[in-house]
Design a binder for this molecule. Sequence first.
Ligand code: GH3
Ligand code: MG
Ligand code: MG
Ligand code: MG
Ligand code: MG
Length: 295
Amino acid sequence: MKIMIAEDDLISRRVLQTNLMKWGYDIDVAVNGREAFEMITRPSPPSLLISDWMMPLMDGPTLCRAIRDLDIARYIYIILLTTKGEKKDIIHGLEAGADDFLTKPFNQEELKYRIRIGERIINLEHRILQLANTDALTGMMNRRAFMERLEQEIERAHREQTALSFLISDIDYFKRVNDTYGHQVGDLVLQCFCQTLKEILRPYDFLGRYGGEEFVVCMPGTMDDQARSVAERLRKAVEEKEIIHPETGELIAITSSFGTATCRLALRERTDDLIKRADEALYRAKEEGRNRVVS
Ligand code: GH3
Ligand code: MG
Ligand code: MG
Ligand code: MG
Ligand code: MG
């Protein structure tokens, strides 16, 4: 876990640095509030901040408030260090968004265990986010998380005028798989299907489970021809994949259909319309006989 120290006093900073290193943490150091704030807005911010109250340029409570006003994905747990032990100061610090505080001079062992409390909360948050965003069966992004990310990517595509394609895939006659082999084997087939897609996708493409046996892929920076060829590679990989029945050893063959659509930048196309076009293409792929890609 990465901890940031924001402290203008050299001696206090050194003591904190030494102890945090001894306790095994990664450390970022800032010598005043403004520097701390700037570092926090950069990529890979710390999970926990230990901040002095009195600092030049920006004091601890102001730093707290500025961090809480930021739109960042992860919560930063803040411990304020203060010589101000009075109730009204403590309330002021907590009001500004601090999670905890220690009155200087403080016991280093106490700090160690207060950091532990912060770690527990951060880990819980991490776990909750993971559960909220992940599909339990496949481990992929669930529909909600995917849609959130897709919205962001479409916004970016419009802002930067870069291509973006989207595809939706649906396993053909999946109900038969369930009917023939049972729901548990159906689940396994879903996992294999998803894994097959994932292996072929490029690092910047992202995959989500849209519904039962429907998966969606966002391909940033991808034009329509490229999107079709990605979909075609996925289709072929699924067709060629040999899924082995875990008990009987039988080979279970599946195919899948794909609809692709490329975002219409000139029309400032919205997410709903892009999905609708891909969905209509998928519908045609089914109509035209399945195991194919339609755009
Ligand atoms: P089509 O080619 O038209 O797509 O036919 P299909 O049978 O795949 O279509 P349909 O959408 O009618 O059936 C999808 C089936 O997927 C029905 C549902 O029971 C099954 N299903 C949805 N979610 C799960 C799941 O999590 N596990 C399993 N085993 N089956 C699921
Ligand atoms: Mg100070
Ligand atoms: Mg169907
Ligand atoms: Mg289906
Ligand atoms: Mg379906």
